[in-house]
Structures are given as C-alpha cells and as structure tokens.
Design a protein around this ligand. Structure first.
Ligand code: SF4
Length: 92
C-alpha cells in the first residue's frame, strides 16, 4: 500500500512500520468492497500491523474514502467517523 518511503511526511513516520509497506498489489483497494475474500485478506494483514491504530486515525482524520485502512472498509470508517465526530463535539 505504502510503496515509496521517500513520500513519508513528517508526523507520518508510522508508515515505515506498516505491515503493508512495499506491497504493490491492489489488495487494500479492491474494485468492489463487497468482494469479501479480498477484504478479509487485507483485514488479516491489518490485524497483525503494529500501526493499525495510527493508520485508522489518519484515514478518519483525513477523510480517506477509498480502500482498506486500519482494518476497516470505507463503509466501516464512515460509521467510525460519525462516532469520532460526535465524541469530539461532546468533548468540546
Ligand atoms: S493497518 Fe493495514 S492499511 Fe494500515 S498500515 Fe497497517 S497494514 Fe497498512
């Protein structure tokens, strides 16, 4: 997923520890997230990733609308983002 370490921006050093670093396939960006076999294979990689929490937070905070990030599909992240926004409002 993260193919080129030279593109890592400050504050995103967690990408260097990503279990998907160097993968050049489309596993994390299936053409159709209803294809459970692809999604489950990607999620299995994420489940063993040491930076899953950082990846998910980044995807939610930056509004990533495509692909599997932090072990969640785009649909799952939308639900999680709504919870995140609601919690942020309650905290402020
Ligand atoms: S959680 Fe998944 S998508 Fe995110 S960095 Fe880890 S392996 Fe890659």
């Amino acid at each position: 997923m993260f193919e080129d370490d030279t593109l890592v921006e400050p504050g995103q050093e967690w990408r260097e520890l990503a279990a998907c670093a160097g993968r050049e396939d489309d596993l994390f960006f299936p053409a159709n997230e209803a294809e459970k076999a692809f999604v489950n294979t990607a999620k299995a990689v994420c489940a063993g990733c040491p930076v899953q929490a950082e990846c998910l937070a980044y995807a939610i905070e930056t509004g990533q609308t495509e692909g599997i990030w932090g072990g969640m599909t785009s649909t799952e992240r939308r639900t999680e983002r709504r919870r995140w926004v609601a919690a942020s409002r309650r905290a402020s």
